[in-house]
Write a protein of this length. Structure first.
Length: 414
């Protein structure tokens, strides 16, 4: 997403005729998706179009002033219109500003909107199934007439053109505007998805037909899952019973389950370069390259994590905003000291300490936790402490106390 500046200039052009019925569709069907600012921006650009017929660009702050919103809100509203296919933006950079062309598209017809699983799914997510059904009934096609026969006049009965006249032989070549709807742009890499599926399975390429890839693309866009994560989910929905079929109901169910956890939608992560071939370096590389769900699977000898563990990881990620490599180091540390278990209190306390220490990489997390453990195990000095002794950092003391409490409780339960 690119942000606008009040110093930028813009022009508006229309790729489609936009009628009053289209404007009503913006409010009734699109506004729950794009929000009130997105709807207001579309209607404002549509209204401003006639003022741009002279071809002179305007400053972007004319929009912020007219709509009484900030430049950040305007940028977000523009992005929502682009995401659902109502707007395309073309930019030309200049030394001190950018010049933009905002290209408007008509909304989809009700039939095309409800046939689009992504738009329909988002609408139901925001307004509920009952409201979606009401809207569908509003745009329901008229019933077939029973007992009536059409007796409308034909064109030839009313008009009798002389087709030998040269006027009817002319074919204008200038392109004219019509009614054109935009489509949400899919960033899903079908080729990458297919390559990943074939690499991780023994499926034949013939299974991945155009129809299958189209439905997978729609589900992936609906739930915001990338092609690598989608490949893993897809393989759980393949049924081989004499012949290979894809259970799309299960695929949608698994995709919905996947998106319940904030860390699970994508498998792409930024990597820390580790060139050593030692076991510690390999573990760090694995922490950096793997999301917490799959790292925990690896630590559990390829056993799928329990829903409780997944919920714990999701809570850690959302509450403490730790990067995935740090979460992996945290999981590894707790599994080591807690006999391959993940006590929630211990995990949350260590996560809180890592967050306060602003640890951002797997290497730093391992070193931080290792120092904590060494301090805990170090023998006390023989001499009595003096007043000049500095207290240990609060997060270290907290971790030590909690580990000691956990070990004491574990010993008492035996």
């Amino acid at each position: 997403m690119k942000y606008l500046s009040t110093h930028d200039f813009y022009l508006i052009r229309r790729q489609s005729l936009i009628s009053d019925a289209d404007r009503r569709l913006i409010v009734e069907l699109y506004q729950p998706l794009i929000g009130q600012r997105g709807a207001a921006l579309f209607l404002t650009l549509d209204a401003f179009l006639d003022l741009h017929l002279d071809g002179q660009p305007w400053l972007v702050d004319t929009l912020t002033n007219h709509m009484q919103i900030t430049i950040a809100d305007l940028s977000m509203a523009k992005a929502t219109l682009e995401a659902v296919g109502l707007l395309k933006t073309y930019s030309k950079p200049h030394p001190d500003y950018q010049e933009h062309i905002f290209e408007l598209f008509a909304p989809k017809s009700p039939a095309a909107f409800f046939d689009d699983v992504i738009l329909r799914g988002l609408l139901e997510q925001y307004v509920g199934a009952a409201m979606v059904q009401r809207l569908r009934l509003r745009y329901q096609a008229p019933r077939e007439l029973d007992g009536y026969e059409e007796d409308s006049a034909s064109f030839g009965e009313v008009f009798h053109p002389d087709f030998s006249n040269p006027l009817y032989a002319k074919s204008p070549k200038e392109p004219l505007i019509g009614h054109l709807s935009g489509h949400p742009e899919s960033r899903f890499d079908r080729r990458g998805f297919a390559d990943e599926v074939l690499k991780k399975s023994t499926l034949k390429p013939e299974v991945l037909t155009d129809a299958v890839l189209e439905e997978v693309d729609r589900i992936a866009n609906l739930y915001g899952i990338d092609e690598l994560a989608m490949a893993e989910i897809f393989l759980t929905a393949v049924v081989t019973n004499g012949h290979t079929i894809v259970d799309f109901d299960k695929l949608r169910e698994m995709a919905a389950l996947e998106t319940k956890f904030a860390f699970a939608k994508t498998r792409r992560r930024s990597l820390t370069k580790v060139t050593s071939a030692t076991s510690k370096a390999q573990k760090i590389r694995l922490m950096e390259e793997t999301d917490p769900k799959n790292y925990l699977r690896y630590r559990n000898h390829n056993t799928a994590p329990t829903p409780a563990d997944l919920k714990l990881i999701s809570d850690i990620q959302e509450n403490y905003r730790l990067p995935f490599p740090v979460i992996n180091a945290l999981l590894d540390f707790v599994l080591e000291i807690a006999d391959l278990t993940l006590p929630r209190a211990l995990v949350e306390k260590v996560a809180s300490s890592l967050a306060r220490a602003q640890v951002r990489s797997a290497v730093d997390a391992m070193e931080y936790l290792l120092k904590t453990t060494k301090r805990k195990k170090a023998p006390k000095a023989a001499s009595a402490p003096t007043d000049e002794t500095e207290p240990a950092p609060s997060e270290t003391v907290d971790i030590e106390a909690l580990i000691a409490s956990y070990e004491k409780e574990k010993a008492g339960s035996k």
